[in-house]
Design a protein around this ligand. Structure first.
Ligand code: THU
Length: 154
């Protein structure tokens, strides 16, 4: 038997950025501010990420590059590893990602999608993603939507 199947998902797009609901705009602003914590002398591409935790706290991080290129770390994974190490037991409700330059909305790379999906699985709840650009934002309800056929060990 052969079946053709279609994968699709819904997302929200806001343009201009000011149309984002206020709580998400606040998180988007924190992600944009976190770009200043980036160390990106090699790519010159600064990424900031901000997470809203279930107790209302917002934590943020930025990409950190290394002279040994593969040793650098994306903003999203820096942030989620920080949360897991220092806010253990807290759930991440939403994650905003911004970049400098901000001409396009910043979308998580494949490795970060996997780690965000891992976090969703561990905490048993989805993470709303807010992908921000200077003039617009896209909101996706779960990292799993961006990673169909997600790898799982078990
Ligand atoms: N980067 C992130 O921080 N997050 C992503 O999802 C993709 C890329 C960083 C890694 C590197 O420091 C720079 O952006 C250029 O790839």
């Amino acid at each position: 038997m052969k079946e053709k199947r279609l994968y699709s998902f819904e997302y929200l797009r806001y343009a201009p950025l000011e149309d984002l609901p206020e709580a998400e705009r606040r998180l988007a602003n924190c992600a944009a501010e976190a770009c200043s914590k980036s160390y990106a002398p090699y790519s010159d591409f600064r990424v900031g990420a901000a997470a809203l935790l279930d107790d209302g706290e917002i934590v943020s991080a930025a990409n950190q590059e290394s002279e040994v290129f593969p040793s650098g770390m994306c903003a999203e994974r820096s942030l989620l590893y920080y949360v897991q190490s220092n806010r253990s037991g807290r759930k991440v409700r939403a994650l905003a990602i911004a970049s400098l330059p901000a001409s396009r909305e910043c979308s998580p790379c494949g490795a970060c999608r996997q780690v965000i999906a891992d976090t969703e699985k561990r905490q048993g709840a989805p993470i709303r993603l807010i992908l921000c650009g200077a003039c617009s934002a896209t909101v996706v309800e779960s990292a799993r939507a961006l990673l169909p056929f997600t790898f799982e060990l078990e």
